[in-house]
Design a binder for this molecule. Structure first.
Ligand code: GRF
Length: 196
């Protein structure tokens, strides 16, 4: 770890939280000078919340009024309020199935990043591995990008390629893409820590 300050991380997710585990592992192993301070989900049963608790983060459920899609301004304020209370420096979306809007973006300019399982701008939205197979791609991968008001449209920070193998299913391909995500995302977060 360098002598620089420790980046305070807020992670938002709706599901399994394997990227959160990868972040926590990188912190534990001294590869990432960061502290996991808040984990917030829109899904009360999401495993990511349990993982957040295990790793000592504050965990919160903020349940928007709509079941999916774009966050309303009031809900965005709730998310931002929690992140501000914990003095979060960088917000990481890891499997967060919501679209953030202007309130959130204004609170954390160029401080919200997302991981997506394709080589953007190809295959935005859900089921990206299946989209890559349907398109006949021989190479796909994952992307970490800044978040803007679109769906997987923000400026690209880093990408990693994953070859498609003969006989791949959407599930087998997604599993290998996720392995690549688990290396790429902590390394991108580490670059934010270094450049603070
Ligand atoms: C990842 O594949 C990510 O690219 C996508 O959602 C998935 C989240 O997985 N946005 P997990 O919850 O981190 O396991």
């Amino acid at each position: 770890m360098s002598g620089g300050r420790v980046l305070r991380l807020g992670v938002l997710g709706s599901g399994r939280g394997s990227n959160l585990e990868a972040i926590a592992r990188a912190i534990d192993e001294g590869r990432l000078p960061a502290k996991l301070v808040a984990v917030i989900s829109d899904q009360p049963e999401a495993r990511i919340l349990e993982l957040g608790r295990q790793h000592g983060a504050r965990t919160e459920v903020v349940a928007p009024s709509t079941p999916r899609g774009r966050l309303d301004a009031k809900t965005e304020e709730q998310f931002v309020g929690i992140l501000r209370q914990e003095n979060v420096d960088l917000v990481v979306l890891a499997g967060f199935m919501r679209i953030v809007g202007p309130v959130f973006l204004a609170a954390y300019p160029r401080r919200i990043i997302n991981v997506h399982p394709s080589l953007l701008p190809k295959h935005r939205g859900s089921n990206a591995a299946a989209q890559a197979l349907a398109a006949g791609d021989r190479v796909t991968g994952c992307t970490v990008h800044y978040v803007d008001e679109g769906v997987d449209t923000g400026e690209i920070i880093a990408q990693r390629e994953v070859p498609v193998q003969d006989g791949d299913t959407a599930e087998s391909l997604q599993a290998r893409i996720q392995k690549a995500e688990h290396e790429l995302l902590p390394s991108v977060i580490a670059s934010f820590a270094t450049h603070e």
